[in-house]
Design a protein around this ligand. Structure first.
Ligand SMILES: [Zn+2]
Length: 277
C-alpha cells in the first residue's frame, strides 16, 4: 500500500506533466472504486478546466482546477497513474481517464478498487476539503515535533506505535515507517505512549521526519504494487533496518537473530527488544 513518501513521490512526478494542462473530458471505463465514480460530476467539474496545482495532504492527492474546484484522489492499495498519448491502448484496470486538450491522457489504474476519485463539494477555511478536517498535522511541516507528541500523549495508555499511526494525531506514518522510526529512536513499539519522556519523543519526532525524508529522496518504498508514474520502482527497501527482517541480526547491537516480529492492532511490527525500550 502506498504510504506518505510514495504519494509525495507520485505528486512530485505528476506535477510537471499535468500542471497547466487543460482537461477536455473525463471517462470512467472501469466501474466503481471504493466509492462509486460519479462521472457526470467529474465531467461537470473538469471539462474545459486547467489543472492549476497538485498537492498532497496525508495520503490524499488534491487536484486544484482553475475554477477553484478540488478533486480528491486516493490510491487505496493498488492505485497508480500514467500520463500517455491518448492513442495509447488502455491498460488493464483503468478506472478513470482524463482526456487532455494536448493529445495526452491521464489515466488512473486500480486493480483492487480501494482507491477513490471524487469531486470535493466543500472547502474548509484552510482551502482544503472539509472532509479532511479531522486529520492531524503533516509530519514534515511545522507543528509536528517532540513537544506536540508529548502534549498529545500525556495521560494516554495505548502503545506508542498505535498512537503515531493514528491519522488524527499525525498523518502518513504508515506501518513500515512507524517500525523504522521507533527502531531509530530506540523506543519499543509496545511502550505505553503516556510514559515516554519529552526527550524520547523529541528523538521519535526526529526519527519520523528522517525516515520519511529519506524515503521521499529515494522515491518511496517498493512493497507490493507501488510504482512511480514512469513505472520505476522506489528504492527505500535497501534502507529498511527492521521492517521485514525478523530473525535477522540487529544492525545496531549486532545481536544474532535479534529482530523480532510481533502483531499490534492486526499489523506486523518489527523491532529489536534489546535496543528498544
Ligand atoms: Zn538491537
Amino acid at each position: 500500500m502506498p504510504e506518505l513518501p510514495e504519494v509525495e513521490t507520485i505528486v512530485r512526478s505528476l506535477r510537471p506533466h499535468l500542471r497547466g494542462a487543460v482537461i477536455r473530458d473525463v471517462a470512467a471505463p472501469g466501474g466503481r472504486l471504493r466509492h462509486p465514480v460519479d462521472v457526470e460530476a467529474l465531467r461537470l467539474a473538469c471539462r474545459g478546466q486547467a489543472i492549476a496545482e497538485l498537492r498532497r495532504r496525508a495520503k490524499y492527492i488534491l487536484v486544484e482546477l482553475s475554477s477553484g474546484t478540488v478533486l480528491v484522489l486516493h490510491l487505496g492499495m493498488t492505485g497508480a497513474f500514467r500520463v500517455v498519448p491518448s492513442a495509447a491502448p488502455a491498460a488493464t484496470h483503468e478506472r478513470v481517464v482524463w482526456i487532455l486538450e494536448d493529445g495526452r491522457s491521464w489515466r488512473f489504474m486500480d486493480p483492487r478498487r480501494f482507491g477513490s476519485v471524487q469531486v470535493c463539494t466543500s472547502l474548509g477555511a484552510d482551502g482544503l476539503p472539509a472532509a479532511l478536517a479531522g486529520l492531524g498535522p503533516e509530519p514534515l511541516e511545522a507543528g509536528f515535533d517532540g513537544e506536540y507528541l508529548y502534549r498529545r500523549t500525556r495521560g494516554r495508555d495505548r502503545p506508542i506505535k498505535n498512537h503515531i499511526m493514528d491519522q488524527a494525531e499525525v498523518v502518513g506514518v504508515g506501518n513500515i515507517y512507524a517500525s523504522e522510526a521507533l527502531f531509530r529512536a530506540g523506543i519499543s513499539p509496545r511502550r505505553r505512549c503516556g510514559t515516554l519522556s519529552r526527550k524520547a519523543l523529541d528523538r521519535l519526532a526526529d526519527a519520523i521526519r528522517e525516515v520519511l525524508t529519506e524515503a521521499i529522496a529515494a522515491g518511496g518504498t517498493t512493497i507490493d504494487d507501488f510504482r512511480d508514474v514512469d513505472g520505476s520502482e522506489g528504492h527505500f527497501t535497501t534502507n529498511l533496518q527492521v521492517y521485514g527482517r525478523q530473525g535477522q541480526d540487529c544492525l545496531r547491537c549486532g545481536r544474532p537473530g535479534g529482530i523480532r516480529r510481533l502483531v499490534q492492532a492486526g499489523r506486523s511490527t518489527y523491532c529489536c527488544p534489546r535496543c528498544q525500550r
